[in-house]
Design a protein. Sequence first.
Length: 320
Amino acid sequence: MPARAIIINIVGSFILLAAGVTCAQSYPSKPVRIVVGTSGGNADANGRIVAQGIAGALGQPVVVDNRPNGIIPFEMVYKAPPDGYTVLVYNNTVWLAPLMHDAPYDPVRDFAPVTIISTSPSILAVHPSLPAKTVKELIALAKSRPGDLNYATTGSGSGAHLAGELFKAMAGVNIVGIPYKGTGPAYADLIAGRVHLMVPPAGSIMPHVKSGRLRALAITSAQSSAMFPDLPTVSASGLPGYETVSRTGIFAPAKTPGAIIDRLQQEVAKFVRTPAAKEKLQALGLEAVGSTPQEFATLISQEIASMGKVIKNAGIRASE
């Protein structure tokens, strides 16, 4: 390469680096908006905890904008200017929904992962009358009674549905999914023994387990949970490699400058790892994370690949 071209490339690199540094130093210069779904869910809780926690460090107000669940929050963010002032806080739905119905966006192409705020494991729970006290016993029972056992879901494509189908696929068992309109009716029938098992979020099911109305067999995270130390993982207790957790994170529009992504990630990760943030999240059955953007992107790609196979083989179409 001619010397003049080398000099031009070096100068260009320094200009880009300087621009990135300046961008990070000047960001933010106005309020940051966090778009979430309807109030009351995990995304809303994560968004509000983070908004309160990072506003001081950013030196600007951070406001939470609740929108109806569905495509609207996603469209607002991936169509927004890539300047870090409109971001999304949401869970696995962002990258799994396009696998189950037509979506106007590509989760990898149109979003820039910033950080995983928290994770929420699920619990494999059964009615106490079911003669299975371990994952191995449940698998053996299901194999001895193909098509006889059933599990509750909270609608087609819901977390409980995908967790159940993943269990079926990996265990090689035939268990029938029974869809319900929400966790309330599903829990009512599970507690009454009208359905045999369910794989719902840990935070919502554990009160029923502690009361003795349901029996918890295992937790669905890859590693044991400090919040539920007495529960083994599904993977370690009969089904190696099984993992399904809800991951709630922050997404920026694609093409958002790396310096802005890094600034957001650093402030959020630093905050969620504080004792105060961990306590708030644990009260909701959530475990603080604070991943790097690269770690988040890798997990998204891995789950698209693994759950994509389950979704395709089971013919799952999400509830609209």
